[in-house]
Design a protein around this ligand. Structure first.
Ligand code: ADP
Length: 177
């Protein structure tokens, strides 16, 4: 290993939360911090992965299957010492639990913001469409989001800044870095 590279233990940092809660924004902040200290990582991003598996639907069955698929991938990477930053709405508890069970070091981060706040942010204009009935099975509008019951970390993106959330997570994962 190069001298300036730190050796880290593989783990899966799993960001879950509503669309627009701040998963991608916080993941970006984490990448910058990890880059700065020379820790390599693999990004698994919900939107990117749906592009890779384009026929994945939004029914409970399709969402769960998708999460099992990407979760399996995350667990294999982790097994080989990779730091995995996974960012998926992953609305169902059971599917998240399935991934947790596959992994040795699973750190669940609930990226928390209310549905009202996410609708107000409406980063991608999707809430407007969902509220108008133009998009169906939209999490938080006409599809459920099951809040994590015992996540390792909760970041409150209404009352915290992005930097505060990123620091909170970095602090929690330092045992692996
Ligand atoms: P997601 O990936 O969960 O769909 P995004 O990160 O794409 O969400 O969007 C979150 C939006 O909320 C961004 O526009 C971001 O700038 C904004 N935002 C406001 N405050 C925060 C915060 N404290 N943490 C994260 N995002 C925040």
């Amino acid at each position: 290993m190069a001298e300036n590279k730190r050796s880290s233990k593989g783990f899966v940092l799993w960001l879950t939360g509503l669309s627009g809660s701040g998963k991608s924004t916080i993941a970006e902040g984490l990448y910058q911090k990890l880059d700065a200290i020379g820790v390599g990582y693999e990004r698994l991003d919900g939107d990117v992965l749906r592009g890779v598996f384009p026929n994945t639907g939004f029914s409970k069955e399709a969402r769960d299957e998708h999460i099992r698929r990407v979760g399996f991938m995350a667990s294999r990477l982790e097994h080989h010492g990779v730091v995995v930053i996974a960012s998926f709405i992953s609305p169902y508890r059971e599917a998240r639990q399935f991934v947790r069970n596959l992994c040795s070091n699973f750190v669940e981060v609930y990226v928390k913001a209310s549905i009202d706040e996410c609708t107000r942010r409406d980063v991608k204009g999707l809430y407007k469409k969902a509220l108008a009935g133009e998009i169906k099975e939209f999490t938080g509008i006409d599809d459920p989001y099951e809040e994590p019951e015992n996540p390792e970390i909760v970041v409150d993106t209404i009352n915290q800044t992005v930097d505060e959330s990123v620091s909170q997570i970095m602090d929690a994962i330092k045992q692996y870095l």
